[in-house]
Design a protein around this ligand. Structure first.
Ligand SMILES: [Zn+2]
Length: 253
């Protein structure tokens, strides 16, 4: 076995029609999966799901596009949720300038949740989109949790990848590494040391080839493993073992 998915959203409504059957199949096929929170409500749902399914762990956090008009109390509540045993990280947190979400609120959310991660000694799952330079500058002037973290669904260039790797962070790779036009991203994957790579689907989003345009699901992680195997020239079975150990090491599962 040893198959893992370190980033999915099975509690979103996209799976309402077949969640139970799918989760049954996933718990037979996967060593573990990480269900990732995007706001307070979904973070509570990730915990509920992780309590029900033995090999599902979860993160709690406020996604950068969900930070508008939040109050102190909301972040306090996120901090309280960490006490649950199945919570393995704070996330997803970060900066996303692709959408119109107020930038000041995004910075406040990022800062508050970095602080929570440091204080509670827990790793972070970062979401960064169209804000790589800004996120790097921000991390340079703030404490990165000693426990480390991952830049989920990495989508920038090699130069920025080096900066995150130099900070001791992991890079998550998803379906986009299979898209024909993403040659630059495959170069980043090639460059990234194998012990700093995490496999993700971000289900229901970002389906790999050959499922583009469809709803993604963690079973399709097979295509992410195949692409990593091809690029890193490591057979699937040993690759599964390596990536499993990477996730165990970072998230202390
Ligand atoms: Zn996500």
């Amino acid at each position: 076995m040893k198959l893992i998915d370190t980033h999915c959203h099975l509690t979103l409504e996209h799976f309402d029609n077949e969640r139970e059957e799918l989760i049954k199949e996933l718990s037979e096929k996967f060593e573990f999966l990480f269900e990732v929170g995007i706001d307070l409500k979904s973070s509570k749902k990730t915990i509920e799901l992780s309590k029900k399914v033995k090999n599902i762990y979860c993160s709690v956090g406020i996604h950068p596009t969900e930070t508008e008009n939040l109050k102190h109390d909301d972040y306090d509540e996120i901090e309280k949720l960490i006490e649950n045993k199945k919570v393995i990280a704070i996330g997803e947190i970060g900066l996303d300038f692709h959408w119109d979400t107020d930038k000041k609120d995004q910075y406040i959310g990022f800062e508050k949740q970095l602080y929570i991660a440091n204080k509670n000694n827990i790793p972070i799952i970062m979401h960064i989109r169209d804000a790589y330079t800004e996120a790097i500058d921000f991390l340079k002037t703030h404490n990165i949790p000693e426990m480390g973290g991952v830049v989920h669904c990495y989508s920038s260039d090699r130069k920025n990848a080096k900066k995150f790797l130099d900070m001791g962070l992991y890079l998550g790779f998803d379906g986009p590494i299979t898209y024909p036009k993403n040659q630059e991203l495959r170069e980043v994957l090639k460059y990234t040391p194998i012990d700093k790579i995490l496999p993700e689907t971000d289900s229901p989003f970002l389906p790999p080839v050959p499922y583009r345009g469809k709803r993604n699901n963690p079973l399709y992680i097979q295509y992410v493993y195949e692409k990593i195997s091809e690029i890193k020239q490591i057979d699937i079975e040993p690759l599964k073992e390596i990536l499993f150990l990477n996730a165990k090491k970072l998230f202390k599962v």
